[in-house]
Design a protein around this ligand. Structure first.
Ligand code: FES
Length: 81
């Protein structure tokens, strides 16, 4: 299934179009959305975001294609990592 850019709704209220496969940190940088980072290697969890309610580690994940047509991103709800 060919997919084009996907609308991403960031929790700061902005929206951007992002190509599936783009690293999450790059997509966030382009949107001006700050994702905290730590190890940048997938082990610390500082960069966790919730994508349509599913937690992913932004430093090692890429924007997936979406059957729903858009993705909603929140910072993961655990501020005490
Ligand atoms: S920055 Fe440590 S898991 Fe992503």
């Amino acid at each position: 299934m060919p997919t084009g850019p996907i609308p991403i709704h960031w929790s700061d209220g902005s929206s951007t179009l992002v190509q599936p496969g783009c690293p999450w940190l790059e997509a966030a940088r382009q949107a001006g959305f700050m994702i905290p980072t730590g190890c940048l290697g997938g082990s610390c969890g500082a960069c966790e975001i919730d994508v349509n309610g599913r937690t992913v580690r932004a430093c090692i994940a890429t924007v997936p294609s979406s059957r729903r047509g858009s993705l909603t991103v929140d910072l993961a709800a655990d501020p005490f990592w």
